[in-house]
Design a protein around this ligand. Sequence first.
Ligand SMILES: Nc1ncnc2c1ncn2[C@@H]1O[C@H](COP(=O)(O)OP(=O)(O)OP(=O)(O)O)[C@@H](O)[C@H]1O
Length: 244
Amino acid sequence: MALLEARGLKKIFGKLTALNGAELIVQPNEFHGLIGPNGSGKSTMMKCIAGAEVPTEGKVTFGGQDITAATPAERARAGMSLKFQITSVLPALTLYDNVLLALQGQTALTKLMFSRTRGLLHDKVMAMLEQFRLVDRAGEHASALSHGQQQWLEIAMALAPEPKLLLLDEPTGGMSLEERRVTGELLAPIKSRCSLVIVEHDLDFIRDICDRLTVLDQGAVLNSGTIAEIQSCPKVQEVYLRRA
Ligand SMILES: Nc1ncnc2c1ncn2[C@@H]1O[C@H](COP(=O)(O)OP(=O)(O)OP(=O)(O)O)[C@@H](O)[C@H]1O
């Protein structure tokens, strides 16, 4: 059974049709790239999946449950986690506290009062910082990090609650080439425990880390398949040549 199925998604903003019957199917432990020209509906689709936008038409199921009308908080509890283009790191807090906050959102207040739970959270915070190569800077304010490191901190925060699906909208925007390469390295190990849907303009980056790609054009799916299938698809080549 697919982990995520978004079918027949339509999203109309006033006179503009941002999504026009688009679909996205993601399997467990799959890295799935969502690509397409500017304005093709990628972010809108991510928002409809995450619950930040309500589709005008269509259905979204997650783990077999219909979540089309679920709130973002309900989706998070079901195991969905997201990081959008706009950063949500709190710059005045330490890296440690930022990750702790992301974890505490998932833990009931009564549980937090018990030292065992607090100890467990400490271990998790340190493990996430370690995994994202930030553990040496745990006590520093997030504002001291480079842009790339802030993005990694934010991915660590999104992963801290151990989601089944991570949604990333242009995580490498504004990063140097070296930071992009490291981002790929940091994301690779999470495949054993969750699926990823990633929107990216950097096609080399997305080709390196994804198993499958879905290509949107004018709000509809142009093609969906393996990297090789998408790369050899004349319709996709035409869209990207049209853009160049
Ligand atoms: N809240 C909104 N209100 C009105 N129009 C919107 C809204 N959000 C998106 N749109 C429009 O919907 C279309 C699709 O936008 P969307 O951001 O989903 O595309 P995208 O593929 O993510 O683009 P980009 O690659 O430039 O980020 C665009 O024409 C955009 O201007």
